[in-house]
Design a protein around this ligand. Structure first.
Ligand code: AHR
Length: 616
């Protein structure tokens, strides 16, 4: 391998090259990154008609002691459904309540993770027919063990008056599958609505689950594409993500049913929170907007203007000053400073659909007129032939087998060098080569990413998909990060992404392989400097073949230090090995420090291995 570090043979890699794609899929947000513990907190998931299904809320008590139903008496105009509980038993008389009381519980998203010593904030809205004592508790999944409890009084001053109750619960024990209980032993009628339980320690208090946030921060994403994917489109437009329904006080958000991935979201993780997430990660937001097209229905171009207005309003919400109409809404939500929104994608995977081109052009013109600096991303692939419409960037998605993805490392070698740049916003090995996250998948992806790095003169961005999966709701396999209420691990694909975390903004050096096994090898070399002026060189080589390769690495134009330089190898005993909660690092990296670094170095590449040579 010849590495030429001369200035003439080098070029900068875009600052934005590697980032993440967050989609509300697999309970990535609701029951995932968004730390809200209560599922269906507003009782809206069963639909607007009452009585409705209150799943996953359940009754505590039997029909002789308590009746749960829903009505439309909420004080929140955009989500009228409230829970009504008729308590038939009492603390005295002929119908005594069972010990512990009656009421209802919420198991959260497959159990709440409650940890000893940590504090949880519960907020709920309540009204009642009498003055009734209500216990708010975090308990074990069977309700037998109480981890934290507090009392509130549902005062009956005026039965039409809702009051907000807020309690802090400090846990005296740990249980990863806890539940929230609201119970009483007093006869009467109580209504509950908008019941939230959040841990106090979320990232910067912004509502993001700390451990999952850290996994994202660790790969130093330079952008975050959100909130989908198909989630943006909806199976039907009536169920597509609508940003205006996802902002403002959380209690007033209606929530919606995502009909592609088939679950309800309370939209606590709304448009502002996505922008906040981007800011907290130091990543640029890439906002994917619905362009009037879902999987099953489409708005005709002649009627698309209201959708364009939604897009323009969303930009004003993100970037407008706090005197502007939508900027003032953002400011009222606690973020007076504008967000750094520079990228917008018009739709997701809609190219080729009847109205896409027409709708896209209307969006493009309107956004460019108002915000000429915003880069517009088209859904149409411009890698084989030039686009027939204006765009700054074209989107490219690929889900395929391992050998095909490895061979696609040269996919962009012949792509047009002029015109819009590429955004590989979804890539992954899928199917039997990947299962739920194999080493084989990651091996091929590493080769593919090296190919992207080498073509980064025309590739502006790339991200793996999907990012997250709650192991209780695997809608899509594989994924980069697997979690449940309290555990998490990165699949080998995550760790490959991690390996590329220094690439964005680095310098790409010329790296040429001269080997008989070149067809199963791919290599790149990057150099970068840290703020304290330390220089680094990283050479990555993927061996996708079954033979050991002995290689000489020859670096021209750089002086390498022996101290601290190393070779890191990712391999697996079996190509289909996966990480798991039990063995989160089964697919391992081994790092060996070099004893002596010379200009010419002989190295060994194991069969099916990802190798990183790091020099100071
Ligand atoms: O990443 C999962 C899905 O794959 C995305 O929602 C969609 O864009 C693609 O089809």
């Amino acid at each position: 391998l010849l590495v030429d570090a001369s200035e003439a043979a080098s070029r900068p890699i875009p600052e934005t090259l590697f980032g993440i794609f967050f989609e509300e899929i697999n309970h990535a947000g609701a029951g995932g990154l968004w730390a809200e513990l209560v599922s269906n907190r507003g009782f809206e998931a069963g639909g607007p008609n009452t009585p409705s299904n209150i799943d996953p809320w359940s009754v505590i008590g039997d029909e002789s002691s308590v009746i749960l139903t829903t009505d439309r008496s909420s004080c929140f105009e955009r989500n009228k459904v409230a829970l009504r509980i008729d308590v038939l038993c009492d603390s005295q008389g002929s119908n005594i309540c069972p010990s512990g009381g009656v009421g209802l519980y919420n198991p959260g998203f497959w159990g709440m993770n409650i940890e000893q010593g940590k504090t949880y904030k519960v907020i709920l809205y309540v009204r009642s027919s009498e003055s009734i004592n209500v216990s708010v508790s975090l308990t074990s999944s069977d309700g037998l063990k109480t981890l934290a409890t507090a009392n509130i009084i549902a005062a009956a001053a005026d039965v039409s008056n809702w009051t907000k109750a807020e309690v802090l619960l400090k846990a005296v024990g740990t249980d990863h599958s806890s539940r929230l209980q609201l119970t009483t032993s007093q006869k009467g009628v109580i209504w509950f609505d908008q019941v939230s339980a959040m841990p106090l320690d979320t990232y910067k208090g912004h509502g993001f689950r700390n451990d999952l946030f850290k996994m994202l921060a660790d790969i130093k994403p330079r952008f975050i594409r959100f909130p989908g994917g198909c989630f943006v489109e909806g199976e039907w437009l009536r169920d597509a993500f609508r940003w205006k329904e996802s902002i403002g006080p959380w209690e007033e958000r209606p929530g919606h049913f995502g009909d592609v991935w088939m679950y309800w979201t309370d939209d606590g993780l709304g448009y502002l929170e996505f922008l906040q997430l981007a800011e907290d990660l130091g990543a640029l937001p890439v906002w994917v907007i619905n362009n009037g097209i879902s999987h099953q229905d489409q708005v005709d171009t002649s009627n698309v203007l209201p959708f364009i207005q939604e897009a323009l309003d969303s930009i004003e919400f993100a970037r407008g000053d706090s005197n502007s109409k939508w900027g003032s809404v953002r400011a009222a939500m606690g973020h007076p400073e504008p967000f750094d929104l520079r990228y917008m994608a018009i739709g997701n995977e809609d190219c080729g659909k009847k109205n896409y081109r027409g709708n896209y052009l209307r969006f493009y013109d309107a956004i460019k007129r108002a915000y000429p600096d915003i880069k517009i991303i088209s859904n149409c692939d411009g890698s084989s032939q030039p686009l027939d419409h204006p765009a700054d960037i074209y989107d490219y998605h690929i889900y395929t087998s391992a050998s095909d993805l490895f061979s696609k490392s040269s996919r962009f070698n012949l792509a047009p060098r002029k015109g819009p740049k590429a955004f590989v916003s979804e890539y992954a090995v899928t199917g039997k080569d990947a299962e739920t996250g194999s080493f084989l998948a990651a091996l091929a992806e590493a080769g593919f990413l090296i190919g992207l790095e080498k073509n980064s003169d025309i590739i502006e961005m790339a991200s793996y998909a999907p990012l997250f999966v709650n192991s209780n709701d695997r809608r899509w396999n594989p994924d980069a990060i697997v979690f449940n209420s309290w555990q998490l691990y990165g699949t080998p694909s995550y760790w490959v992404h991690h390996l590329f975390k220094e690439s964005s903004g680095a310098t790409l050096l010329n790296a040429t392989l001269q080997s008989d096994s070149s067809s199963s090898l791919i290599a790149s070399a990057i150099a970068w400097q840290t703020d304290d002026m330390k220089s680094y060189l990283k050479i990555k080589i993927v061996n996708f073949g079954s033979s050991t390769v002995n290689l000489r690495i020859d670096v021209d134009g750089l002086k390498l230090n022996s101290l601290g330089s190393s070779q890191t190898v990712y391999t697996a005993a079996d190509l289909m090995d996966e990480n798991s909660f039990e063995e989160p690092k089964k697919v391992v990296r081994t790092q060996t420090l070099f004893e002596d670094v010379t200009k010419d170095m002989d190295v060994v590449l194991s069969p099916y291995s990802i190798n990183s040579f790091d020099f100071l």
